[in-house]
Write a protein that binds this ligand. Structure first.
Ligand SMILES: Nc1ncnc2c1ncn2[C@@H]1O[C@H](COP(=O)(O)OP(=O)(O)OP(=O)(O)O)[C@@H](O)[C@H]1O
Ligand SMILES: O=C(O)c1ccc[n+]([C@@H]2O[C@H](COP(=O)([O-])O)[C@@H](O)[C@H]2O)c1
Length: 207
């Protein structure tokens, strides 16, 4: 009997996307034999409403640039195009409609997994996808608070990189080479992201 297609979903704010995200997706892809991993940049991440988040189009384009070289990676606009606050229940609903014959594997770092019970309509989420928690330096990986059988815990190479750290470094004039892919360093510079002065709105982009 043939196995159902397995598709990974890597949701994130990706402000900016960094090698921690890419290694997590790559490791889970390999360990679970996923046909592809779809990166899904958030629209408005409602639990970060107190934080200044870069325009969705910048985060989307950085995600496209960072994943372009891996044939098993792709990027979805579902959360951005839906508009409003992003809830994973909607992300998974849209992706299930797009891939009705696939099993979905939603990838989260240990920090996100700790908070998952605060997510919107959490009790329904576990019916839509299998959850994979990956190790992240500074956080302990534990699924004891979650219903049995809903989450797999996976050890990945430890990369102590965060988007917050990358933004702070750019803001302080420090390099982010090798923390993010080369194209992302160039994108950040070109768009003036994370500098003390705000970036121009996407509508004002010139050639
Ligand atoms: N270094 C890392 N190792 C493992 N997982 C990570 C790492 N960085 C982020 N993740 C996971 O990737 C997903 C998306 O993360 P997100 O885009 O919020 O990045 P972040 O670095 O946590 O950002 P910020 O510092 O702005 O909160 C989350 O599930 C998060 O736990
Ligand atoms: O559904 C929710 O209520 C919910 C709350 C917080 C985070 N999430 C999702 O978790 C993923 C990582 O989010 P973040 O904020 O750590 O970048 C991303 O896909 C978010 O949409 C989802």
């Amino acid at each position: 009997m043939s196995r159902r297609r397995r598709i990974g979903v890597m949701g994130g704010t990706f402000d900016p996307i960094h090698h921690g995200h890419l290694v997590a997706a790559s490791e889970v892809q390999a360990q679970f034999g996923l046909e592809q991993v779809i990166f899904v940049p958030t629209g408005q991440p409602w639990q970060k409403s107190h934080e200044l988040v870069s325009p969705a189009e910048d985060r989307y384009l950085m995600t496209v640039v960072a994943t372009a070289s891996n044939p098993r990676f792709s990027v979805s606009r579902v959360d951005i195009d839906r508009g409003g606050p992003t809830y994973t229940i909607d992300t998974l609903g849209d992706l299930r409609a797009e891939f009705p014959d696939a099993e979905l594997y939603f990838i989260t770092g240990a920090d996100a997994l700790e908070q998952i019970l605060s997510w919107h309509r959490i009790e329904e989420l576990f019916d839509l996808a299998h959850f994979i928690g990956v190790t992240r330096p500074g956080y302990s990986l534990n699924g004891a608070h979650l219903p049995q059988g809903t989450v797999s815990l996976v050890e990945i190479p430890a990369l102590a990189i965060s988007s917050t750290g990358c933004r702070s470094r750019v803001n302080a004039g420090l390099p982010v080479w090798y923390l993010v892919p080369d194209g992302i360093v160039q994108y950040i510079t070109k768009r003036g992201l994370y500098r003390p002065e705000p970036a121009a709105p996407a509508a004002e982009w010139g050639p």
